[in-house]
Design a protein around this ligand. Structure first.
Ligand code: LRH
Ligand code: MN
Length: 425
């Protein structure tokens, strides 16, 4: 199915009057603070969030998976679903593919379809955490870090293949996340594992086209539960520095031990111009891959506060903005619509922070004042700006409402049935 301009018009019709009233009221209040609402709206229209190809069906855990209905069962249908999200919020103009879950059969058809839906290809993800049918060597004891050279070479070759696939689609980045690690002390040499990983990544780095980047994603645990070879930002940063100027650190919000100050990690990486991008999600305990902003919205706001300051005070290159979530109980498309909105809301809140007054309060050690300045921005309801950014881009004022009003899921079930299953986690 496709969402047309008339679908959007119909969905916006009943909401437009109230929306424009709230927008007008908010714009006047912000103008009194010297804030140019149109400038904020333009920045919101520019921010585009890539959708993970592995999160368009129902996700699961080791305790089971409750399949959804009308799921996309191939890459064509996945790109069509991302086209539906983008038609509604005009903020999701890219897909991040995971190989081999989404190996294109017909590159020309995929490129044409993506072009027709204004969808680009963000970072491609390699997968050396699962063995494929008929695979010569196993990744059971690791891939790029494995003590076995044949396994390392297989994993290096896979990453080079993923780069080739990405090149054919117009992607400009490779994301490497390694499950490599150990579940028991003594199981392997932590130093040799890191050394092997660096040497293997160096081989992959040599295969990167000139205008590409490699995003090194870290994670403290799971599926290994004693050590993970790239366990934290420091290890990823260390490797990115050793690899060279095309290597950066990717921050997955769910890949931090409880109470980690993620916004400080973001600032430190931007100061070193080594922040490559994000996998946005939220979590309460571990790598829960929940809807962005659904558990710790203030942390998300503080991360965007550091990003907004970092954009103006560092030379960190443009970022890869991607979601990485798993939908165990909610409709994946609804969940992704909510996640994109939460990201844009946090960005908008950070954009209205009175940076000058904040710096003054900080220089005067006026902590309470500094807090008030941050919380004033966080507690300002900026949803009319998100809605207006979508409306001005030809999208829906209320994307989730429009999704339900149009009856997208029912239409997808009519077209695909109830047993189609999406590849991915
Ligand atoms: C690992 C991870 C990684 C992906 C996978 C789907 O937890 O965050 O980014 O490869 O999820
Ligand atoms: Mn991730």
């Amino acid at each position: 199915m496709k969402i047309t301009a008339s679908h959007i018009e119909e969905a916006n019709e009943t909401l437009e009057k109230d929306h424009l009233e709230s927008l007008d009221f908010l714009s006047q209040r912000l103008a009194k603070k010297g804030i140019d609402t149109n400038l904020i709206i333009e920045k919101l229209q520019e921010l585009q969030i890539a959708i993970p190809s592995w999160a368009l069906g129902a996700g699961g855990t080791r305790f089971g998976r409750f399949s959804g209905a009308g799921e996309p069962s191939n890459i064509i249908q996945k790109i069509e679903d991302i086209g539906l999200i983008h038609a509604l919020n005009k903020s999701s103009n890219a897909v991040s593919l995971h190989i081999p879950w989404d190996i294109p059969q017909d590159y020309e058809a995929i490129r044409q379809l993506a072009k027709s839906l204004s969808i680009q290809f963000d970072a491609v993800n390699s997968n050396t955490f699962q063995d494929q049918v008929g695979q010569k060597e196993s990744y059971k004891y690791g891939s790029l870090a494995n003590t076995d050279q044949a396994v390392r070479e297989l994993a290096i070759a896979h990453n080079k293949e993923v780069i080739n696939i990405g090149e054919k689609l117009g992607s400009k980045a490779l994301t490497v996340w390694l499950a490599d690690g150990s579940s028991f002390p003594g199981q392997y040499s932590i130093r040799k594992a890191l050394q092997n990983t660096h040497e293997s990544l160096s081989e992959i780095y040599k295969a990167l086209p000139e205008d590409w980047k490699i995003l090194v994603e870290y994670k403290p645990y799971e599926p290994n539960f004693y050590s993970t070879v790239i366990q934290d930002w420091g290890t990823s940063f260390l490797l990115a520095n050793k690899l060279g100027p095309k290597a950066y650190t990717l921050v997955d919000l769910g890949h931090h031990l409880p109470n980690t100050n993620i916004e400080q990690i973001v600032t430190t990486l931007m100061s070193e111009e080594k922040l490559g991008g994000f996998h946005f999600n939220d979590s309460k305990y571990g790598d829960d891959d929940l809807t962005v902003g659904s558990v710790k919205p203030y942390q998300l706001f503080l991360i965007f506060h550091e990003l907004v300051q970092g954009f103006s005070e560092t030379n960190n290159p443009p970022l890869s903005w991607m979601i990485d979530a798993s939908h165990n109980i909610k409709d994946p498309l609804e969940d992704l619509l909510q996640s994109v909105e939460a990201i844009k809301l946090a960005f908008a809140q950070a954009l209205i922070i009175d940076q000058k007054a904040l710096e003054e309060a900080q220089n005067n050690h006026d902590t309470a004042k500094a807090q008030e300045i941050l919380q004033d921005a966080y507690r300002t309801d900026l949803r009319p700006l998100i809605a207006e950014a979508a409306r001005r881009s030809g999208g829906a004022i209320a994307p989730l409402n429009a999704y339900r009003q149009i009856g997208v899921r029912n239409q997808l079930i009519k077209e695909r049935g109830t047993s189609s299953k999406a590849s991915g986690l």
